[in-house]
Design a protein around this ligand. Structure first.
Ligand code: SF4
Length: 481
């Protein structure tokens, strides 16, 4: 759809709502054809935004008035909200069904609820907050509030000068066809593993020294990827040894290693993990249907998943997470529900139910999609809840199937501290390795600096000098903490 702005500059707001509501279309500035016109007017205490949409010769319009009392920042916020909300209302009659997340385009739905609670929203109104403000479905509005309450508990437990630590291993045994992460197939890039680990160990040492000098502590450690268990047992052992040597992990609440693909999991690697205090691993089926796994380029079967899960149970006292994806090509609603049922039968402590997001870089981006009914995802959530799992974090992505969400479920007190801090942006995260994005916050939680490492292993290895220099001076700034 073409779009045109009058008397305001909120182009990103318009693009975001168009991508969110019409994800399969191109959206360009223009003045003809199917067209969205967004026009704002300002009074001293109110912004009015009118949106006109012409689509297939049919016209719809909506107008929103948003009061504001404060400064320029508040005025801009009011304008952004009015632009999106009026565009949403004008586009709504053209949509096949009401979007699950209404006019909300943000990827962290629990965060606005947490901030509203901080700013005085009564707790009993939290469940309906997103519904009232963004027309989010009531059940999803409630789920976001549940996650917001969960994140508040974690925020209260964060210590002064505590950071969460992430280490990236961007290698996998083969590339899944839906993957848009930086992950390097070892059949082509295996020769890079050793040089990559050499630089990573140096970065770990430098960052550890920097954190110690600043008096900081590590609250949680997450080794992710890629698939970290693509490394050999000896490489994994050396990596965890380097992390323990560089950082004081005595106060660390949890250490996670994403085992992910079952074909990379062995008893020896799990024993290495257990020896170094790893308490959480993930064994990720994505689906329990073998034909769907084959179609998306996974090299394992559901039987391999069961075997890897059994191995994890035998090798240590791990909290196990299992990831599933709704909407995979070749899958359908019955297949999804059955996968969730089979995973529940295995009884992992955590289950994460994703909805497929085919972003830039995913080989399947323009390929066929699986069948995905919102009602089936809801039934899967209900099934999980009926078996004692509760949602504890959630996030959304661009181009996510059905405009839905990814939800982490846990039982009892097994929620991942790292996941909550990361998703809800609670405090600082130091990210090491290729693709790592360090986020440093001050005491108020304000994000004061983001530092990105190069994405690809070759670039990362080639930037060794710059990476080590930065890791060594990460926390020298008095503004942090
Ligand atoms: S296992 Fe994960 S990171 Fe690796 S290719 Fe598949 S989706 Fe990408």
């Amino acid at each position: 759809m073409n779009y045109c702005l009058k008397n305001h500059d909120r182009i990103t707001a318009v693009q975001e709502i168009l991508i969110s509501l019409l994800p399969d279309e191109e959206h360009m500035p223009g003045k003809d054809g199917d067209l969205l016109v967004s026009e704002a007017e300002f009074d001293a205490d109110e912004v009015r935004c009118r949106t006109d949409v012409i689509r297939g010769g049919v016209r719809q319009a909506a107008e929103i008035r948003v009061p504001y009392t404060g400064n320029a920042i508040e005025r801009r916020r009011a304008l952004t909200y009015a632009v999106k909300q009026s565009a949403y209302l004008a586009l709504l009659p053209f949509l096949p069904e009401k979007p699950a997340w209404g006019s909300m385009t943000g990827v962290k739905p629990a965060k606005p609820v947490r901030l509203a609670l901080r700013d005085g929203l009564a707790p009993e109104r939290a469940g309906g907050f997103l519904h009232e403000r963004y027309d989010v479905e009531p059940r999803r509005s409630l789920m976001a509030a549940q996650c917001a309450f969960e994140s508040i508990q974690y925020l209260e437990r964060l210590k002064c000068k505590e950071v969460q630590l992430y280490v990236g291993i961007p290698f996998c045994p083969a590339k899944c066809r839906y993957c848009s992460f930086v992950s390097n197939d070892v059949t082509r890039f295996g020769h890079l593993i050793e040089p990559y680990l050499a630089v990573l160990h140096e970065e770990i040492t430098a960052a550890g020294r920097s954190l110690r000098q600043a008096g900081g502590t590590v609250g949680s450690l997450y080794v992710g990827g890629g698939t970290p268990t693509t490394l050999s047992a000896a490489q994994l052992d050396a990596l965890l040894s380097a992390l323990h040597g560089a950082f004081n992990l005595s106060d660390c609440r949890e250490i996670t290693v994403e085992a992910g693909r079952p074909e990379t999991i062995s008893r020896e690697k799990l024993e290495v993990c257990a020896r170094w205090g790893v308490g959480r691993v993930s064994v990720n089926p994505q689906t329990m249907r073998d034909d769907v796994l084959r179609g998306v380029g996974r090299l394992h079967t559901a039987a391999n998943i069961r075997e890897a899960y059994r191995m994890a149970r035998q090798a240590g006292d791990f909290c196990v997470n299992m990831d599933l994806i709704a909407g995979l090509p070749g899958d359908d609603d019955a297949g999804l529900f059955e996968s969730v049922r089979q995973v529940i039968e295995l009884a992992p402590e955590n289950v994460t139910l994703h909805c497929l997001a085919l972003k830039k870089g995913a080989p399947l981006r323009f390929g066929p999609r699986g069948v995905l009914e919102r009602a089936t995802v809801d039934r899967c959530h209900e099934l999980l809840e009926a078996h004692g799992y509760r949602p504890y974090y959630l996030y959304r992505q661009k181009y996510i199937a059905g405009g839905l969400e990814n939800v982490g479920f846990c039982r009892g007190d097994t929620a991942s501290f790292y996941n909550v801090c990361m998703m809800e942006e609670l405090g600082s995260v130091i990210a090491l390795g290729a693709g790592g994005v360090t986020k440093l916050c001050d005491r108020t939680g304000r994000n004061v600096r983001r530092l990105s490492n190069p994405k690809y292993p070759t670039e990362y290895i080639g930037s060794r000098g710059r990476i080590l220099e930065r890791a060594g001076s990460l926390l020298q700034d008095a503004e942090i903490w």
